[in-house]
Design a protein around this ligand. Sequence first.
Ligand code: NAP
Length: 673
Amino acid sequence: MKHMVTESSELLDASDVEIEEALQHADPIVLRGLLFQLTGDEELRDIELGHHLISGYLDVYQVAKPEDAAMIRGKAAAFLKQYRDAGAGPIDIGPRERLLESLSLTAGVPVTPTELPMWLETLGIDPWARGLSWSGDAAPEAAADFSVIVIGAGMGGLNAALHLKNAGVSFRVLEKGDNVGGTWRDNRYPGARLDSPSRLYTHVFGVGYPYPNLYTPGETNQGYLEWIADEFDLRGSVELHSEVTSLAWDDATSEWVVSVTQNGRPQVLRANAVVSAVGFLSQPSIPRIPGLEDFAGDAFHTARWPEGYSLQGKRVAVIGTGCTGYQMIPEIAREAAHLSIFQRTPNWLFEAPGYLKPFPEQVKWLDRNFPFLTNFERFQLAFLQRADMTGRRLKRDAGYQDEHAVSETNRITRDNLIASLERKLAGHPDLIEKMTPTAPPMAARPVLFDPEYSVLDVLLHDDVSLVSEGIERVRENGIETKDGVLHELDTIVLATGFRANDYLWPMEVRGRGGITLEEAWSKDGARAYLGSLVPGFPNLFMIYGPNTNLTVGFQILDMIELTARFALENIGALIEQGKRSVEVTEDAYWRYNDEIDRQEPDMIYTDQRARNYYINKHGRSSSNNPLDTRVLWNWLRDPAGRLKSDAPVSLAPELADAYRVLEPRHGADLVVR
Ligand code: NAP
């Protein structure tokens, strides 16, 4: 793999001083591993590290001594100058056998050798590592005859489409909206922004995408998705204004019959397989508040923000204080004449320095010009969130006794959060009380805030009120609360979330024998085998399906890519073997789901004090996954046993028992016909 993203003229024009100055903005521990990989410089091995435990669970290592940091930066500058002077051409990542040590030098701790294949994917030096690889050198002829319909052109759908295209499989993408982009096309409310680091919010083929912020604004994320569509020439395969209304399995032909409304006209299509990438938080949840339809002003959901809508001079209500509400409130407060925040349940606010700021120019310059730097930066961040770390954050400790917390890590986190609330709202005990959740941190999705400007600052403004009295009803001119007060309004913004547990809704999906997904899930909500397959629904692969959210150790994009590769590997094997369908057995589906159910009670999000979309109406989570992602990665990796890898399963011994719960292979858990 050559370094692809360098804009060579930019580096060629850089002076020594510019290079040296830019490197002052790079993290020495990231440079350390990267330089070791590129140069093999032995001096980078023995460097004293400092260790910080952040929030009781994040093990962060840094180069301890300023003189060592200066030494590393000096070596990095020398490397970059030499590379510039040699013409800044294509450059190789260096010896593959060195990567384990190089990654360990950046991580600050040894990377477990059995986990190396997983981390190499994250590193992204092979941009197509999460695509379909054929057994031979080229796609078999049958690939062009096997048709796949991808539903949705967001993060998941574009990824599946790109890999299908690369593999030469015939596909079309049906997208209900007027553009690609999914959640970022829809969520245009003021302040919409990532709340996980942007460096982890690219597919592995997009690691070099020039993200300008630590946490990117919505329009930049939309730009990334449009870049995928343009750069890889996918636009022609995406049929916009095409809403799938139903899917029905035709057993006689082993095809899906897909009913779609295209530009208002009903059509019926057929496909050998369907990849559903309809998103998880895509259907707005509109609350049934009495009188809402009689409101004389404007009322809309955050995911339906009217283009160009001005709040200038308006009295605005925000109903709902999840990630969306808290993220949007500071922006609304800048413009509105008065803002009323209707809060039923407060959520924990985590301080994220630099949340709203762009990266310094030097950081962006280095990202573009230092070969493989973005790869190593991405690895470092992902490694911090590895399963053994996030496990500590997300799981309860059975023996731990505390009124407010479920483990020592959780208590430390809570103490830090309370301290930051007290700092920001000093002198306002009433607000501190209203903003303190009863559920422990991580029982709901954490919300980030910029210490320099956030909802916590806005709460102190004279023209902002926090209303916790509960909504009685909406009247023509405002909202009446349970204490009888009428809050007069011009605009109501519903930050009331999404129908997260209604997977694939409102499509009607009928599998073998006419059974619907709704019926298959009637007992206790949506489930799937590995987040992807349901028995009785052959060749229907879900992306961001049931129990693929909030995993122990992965970002959501990892799950999107891994479940896509699972689908692609299944499809590839059908094509190569001349078979028609693949389906999970009922027994395997339940073995997987029983394991989820067995591990779920250990998770913080089952805390009785929390009430949010993590738990469905049956009292279990259809969305989150308690399993160790190292096991999930291996389960999802090679369903047809087609990988040419010499080590088909690479797991630490302590995870081997969990791994044996499934046999995620054709001829075992997966039946091929
Ligand atoms: P949410 O977390 O489901 O929050 C919905 C809010 O609406 C809650 O505060 C809820 O109160 C309130 N609500 C619902 N019905 C209500 C009613 N009838 N009366 C009063 N209040 C009502 O939705 P969200 O904030 O849109 O976030 C959803 C998810 O989207 C997040 O968890 C996150 O995964 C994602 N997201 C991500 C980002 C990002 O930066 N990447 C940004 C925004 C959202 P109760 O809690 O009392 O039910």
